[in-house]
Design a protein around this ligand. Structure first.
Ligand SMILES: [Zn+2]
Length: 425
């Protein structure tokens, strides 16, 4: 039988003696050279990463609408008008004033036992001031916030900054890898803050993040999008009964502000409860990069930083676009295919048809009608639904004076907790 089996011979095996030896030597020298070049390049890249953080060119171009630098240069802050900033100590690293650095937060292990770390981008300004934290993708499929953090870090120059910015583009790296909102155990990380060192996997990750990073913040903006095929009008969510939180929410400016204490376990609520005023920005859909929403978020972050005395030169949005003290979800009551008749952000009247549900078998149509006057702050995309699906999130029309005429005490006395049983935070 063996006679019939053809043995395959490699070309080198057919080359004999000195020629073969010479070829091996040449190959070894080539391999050594390639490895040296690769290692040097890697080291050079890591060196560059440590000292200069830039958004990836493709993302940067995408977010700025294919323009490398569409904004005029901001005027440099006059030197010596504030105290010199001390080095920032974070995650066992020291970031000197005037430096941007990428460091890493270890959030645990993969199923294979491999350590997993998320990048943390830090700018320590030339001058003393508060530390603002920007966190994104606590829900791993929410992309818009990732771009906002990168853009903010790339745009802010240390010599124009009072204080520091800590940006975490992807908190839930586990979920991001699977394009999922959740952690590997299907827990929602944003229900476990401030966490526990001996609790569930989610509680441990929350505890590590909260104590290693969040406790270093003087203020926090947590960036989110709608969930599960829903989209949100850009809106700040904040506990307006808290004066410092109200200041952040109004300082963001330009977008709608929705009052809510926040669900227990959210990063926003846990941070606010330990004295770190926090707001959430909701903007757009999950699983998509939406340039308009990203640019709006970026504008709000810079506006807020100027209000906090951190940035000079940035334009500010003077007041929120609108303030909602109460919101309601409108749910579907029939199974079928949803087709909306309203747009995101549209003002609506009680009795108005918001959309229809079509039964796929009988083609029978059922209208979804709003019981409220208000505005569409969030809505489901056209899709197949079952009864009970939260389809429209309505900001209830306020019969109150405008935001500039209200003090925080005034707001606190009149606001009620909102219905966020399907909230995205
Ligand atoms: Zn979210």
């Amino acid at each position: 039988m063996e006679d019939h089996i053809k043995t395959h011979s490699w070309p080198l095996q057919r080359i004999k003696g000195r020629t073969r030896h010479l070829l091996y030597k040449l190959f070894s020298v080539h391999l050594l050279l390639s490895l040296t070049i690769a290692t040097t390049t890697l080291e050079a890249r890591q060196e560059a990463v440590d000292h200069s953080i830039q958004a990836p060119p493709s993302l940067k171009q995408a977010v700025t609408g294919l323009q490398e630098n569409p904004r005029p240069e901001e005027a440099p802050m006059p030197k010596g008008d504030t105290a010199t900033n001390p080095p920032l100590q974070l995650l066992e690293k020291s970031i000197d004033p005037g430096m941007k650095k990428r460091i890493f937060w270890s959030l645990g292990y993969t199923f294979e036992g491999v350590p997993i770390s998320a990048p943390v981008l830090v700018i320590n300004g030339d001058y003393a001031g508060p530390t603002l934290c920007l966190t994104a993708a606590i829900h791993g499929d929410e992309i818009n916030g990732i771009a906002m953090v990168h853009r903010a870090i790339a745009d802010i120059k240390p010599d124009q900054l009072n204080g520091a910015v800590i940006g975490v583009p992807i908190v839930n790296l586990y979920g991001y890898r699977r394009s999922s909102r959740y952690l590997p155990d299907r827990r929602d990380l944003n229900r476990y803050f401030p966490g526990s060192p001996n609790g569930s996997s989610a509680a441990r990750i929350a505890h590590s993040f909260f104590h290693q990073i969040i406790t270093h913040c003087d203020a926090l903006v947590d960036l989110h999008t709608g969930s599960f095929h829903r989209t949100n009008l850009p809106q700040v969510r904040a506990d307006l009964s808290h004066p410092k939180v109200l200041e952040l929410a109004y300082g963001f400016g330009g977008v709608a502000v929705v009052h809510s204490e926040g669900i227990s376990g959210t990063l926003r609520r846990a941070a606010t409860e330990v004295g770190i005023p926090s707001i959430t920005l909701e903007a757009g859909e999950p699983k998509r990069l939406q340039l308009r929403e990203v640019n709006q978020g970026l504008k709000g972050i810079k506006s807020l930083m100027k209000k906090l005395g951190m940035l000079k030169g940035a334009k500010t949005e003077s007041v929120p676009e609108a303030v909602f003290h109460q919101t309601k979800w409108i749910r579907t009551h029939r199974a079928g295919i949803l087709l909306s008749k309203v747009q995101l952000g549209e003002p609506i009247k009680a009795g108005q048809q918001l959309g229809i549900i079509t039964d796929p078998i009988t083609n029978q149509e059922t209208a979804i009608v709003s019981p409220y006057d208000g505005r569409v702050l969030g809505m489901a995309l056209n899709q197949v639904t079952i009864p009970g699906y939260a389809a429209y999130h309505i900001g209830i029309k306020a019969d109150k004076p405008g935001p500039t005429e209200e003090s925080s005490e005034h707001v606190a006395a009149k606001t009620k907790a909102s219905d966020y049983s399907d909230g995205e935070e």
